[in-house]
Design a protein around this ligand. Structure first.
Ligand SMILES: *Cc1c(COP(=O)(O)O)cnc(C)c1O
Length: 386
């Protein structure tokens, strides 16, 4: 069945996703009819809200192989990252003040680590190879007597490159070090199981999985070991005292629903999106002198990050963006494009990193979108090479 092509095309699903209509339907009653405060214990408005939150907690836990009492709802992944890293550091700093992380982490992790360096933490930023993967030998050598936390993301938001999480989990467990993984890009796209991967702390975000912005969660392991965190927000003692503040019931209901849909659709959806992603890569490869970043390693099914060589000027992203929403993967102003620190850590030159584009496919990407993107990008690249 042919679908009508709608411009502009959205291929920035790693930045955010549209809310799935099914998710929207699920959350709407909790703004109006069921507006109660989930902490109100003595009337039905509160009970209905609380029950909805309980269901969302089950749905969220179920997607990552956790139990419901291990889920702390937050305003998103950034808040969850801050609670995990700062909360663990403050709780366990008498044991040690050393944190190991990775050069290609999201800014939420890097800047939280930078902040803790001012508070007495020492931080090792692991390098990555040209595929974007950390070296496990370097990780093991970096471990010190006072290492308290290893924070390595499950998959990178700019390239989709997946880290050897299971092995990192084993190494951390053997040494009695906590393991935090930012799985914001991964949850809902490929199977994640905190037991299998030996993860102690994990963050996720609704708006990356077809839920609304401003809703997310932190997984906090309850046994083997029981992880405790110093709260970063004090108040009414919500979320087992780890995150005070009236619960965002509609956002939480939406996150739960988004998780439930992902779990239900994951296998077929990942296959479908991966087929489209491979078509896009194959279609663009007819252009010479392009490099798919992280091509030789395991990547998420929905994203491709491509460096276009021999481009004249700074116009590539601007030209593509006229009809296709993509990203350079890094924060930049059009006047002064800062090359991506993720690509630079992978050894990509400044020049090439400036001409790199992240294409992020999603649930609503169509065959027609990909065909249009191949044609358009091919034409733009050809004309910028003339
Ligand atoms: C989007 C993202 C975040 C931040 O999530 P928010 O919910 O927007 O705060 C953190 N880490 C990764 C890897 C992300 O992709």
């Amino acid at each position: 069945m042919q679908q009508q092509l709608q411009l502009p095309i959205y291929l920035d699903n790693n930045a955010t996703t549209p809310v799935d209509p099914e998710v929207l339907q699920a959350m709407l009653p909790y703004f109006t009819r069921h507006f109660g405060n989930a902490a109100s214990r003595n009337h039905s408005f509160g009970w209905i809200a609380e029950e909805a939150v309980n269901i969302a907690r089950e749905q969220t836990a179920s997607l990552i192989g956790a139990s419901t009492d291990e889920i702390i709802f937050t305003s998103g992944a950034t808040e969850a990252v801050n609670l995990a890293i700062k909360g663990a550091f403050e709780m366990y700093s008498s044991r040690g003040k050393h944190i190991i992380t990775c050069a290609t982490e999201h800014k939420a992790v890097l800047d939280t680590c930078k902040h803790l360096e001012k508070r007495g933490a020492t931080v090792t930023y692991l390098p990555v190879d040209e595929s974007g993967i950390i070296n496990l030998k370097i990780l093991e050598k970096s471990i010190q007597k006072d290492t308290l936390l290893i924070a390595v993301m499950f998959a990178n938001n700019e390239t989709g490159v997946i880290q050897p999480i299971e092995t990192i989990g084993k190494i951390a467990k053997e040494r009695g070090i906590l393991f935090f993984s930012d799985a914001t890009q991964v949850v809902g796209k490929i199977p994640v199981n905190v037991e299998k991967y030996g993860i102690d702390l994990l963050c996720l975000s609704a708006h990356k999985i077809y839920g609304p912005k401003g809703s997310g969660a932190l997984y906090v392991r309850r046994k083997d070991p029981r992880v405790r965190l110093i709260p970063q927000t004090d108040g009414g003692g919500h979320e087992k005292g780890m995150r005070s503040g009236t619960l965002n019931v509609p956002g939480i209901v939406a996150l739960g629903k988004a998780c439930e849909i992902c779990k239900r659709k994951m296998d077929t959806e990942a296959l479908h999106i991966n087929t489209l992603r491979n078509k896009l890569e194959a279609g663009l490869t007819t252009l010479q002198h392009i490099y798919i970043n992280g091509a030789n390693t395991q990547r998420l099914p929905n994203v491709t990050n491509i460096s276009f060589d021999q481009i004249k000027g700074n116009g590539l992203l601007t030209e593509i963006s006229k009809t296709i929403a993509v990203s350079s993967g890094s924060a930049c102003t059009s006047a002064n494009p800062e090359p991506s620190y993720v690509l630079k850590a992978m050894g990509v030159s400044n020049e090439l990193a400036k001409n790199s584009i992240r294409f992020g496919l999603g649930r609503f990407t169509t065959e027609e979108d990909i065909a249009y993107t191949i044609d358009t990008v091919t034409q733009i690249v050809a004309s910028l090479r003339k």
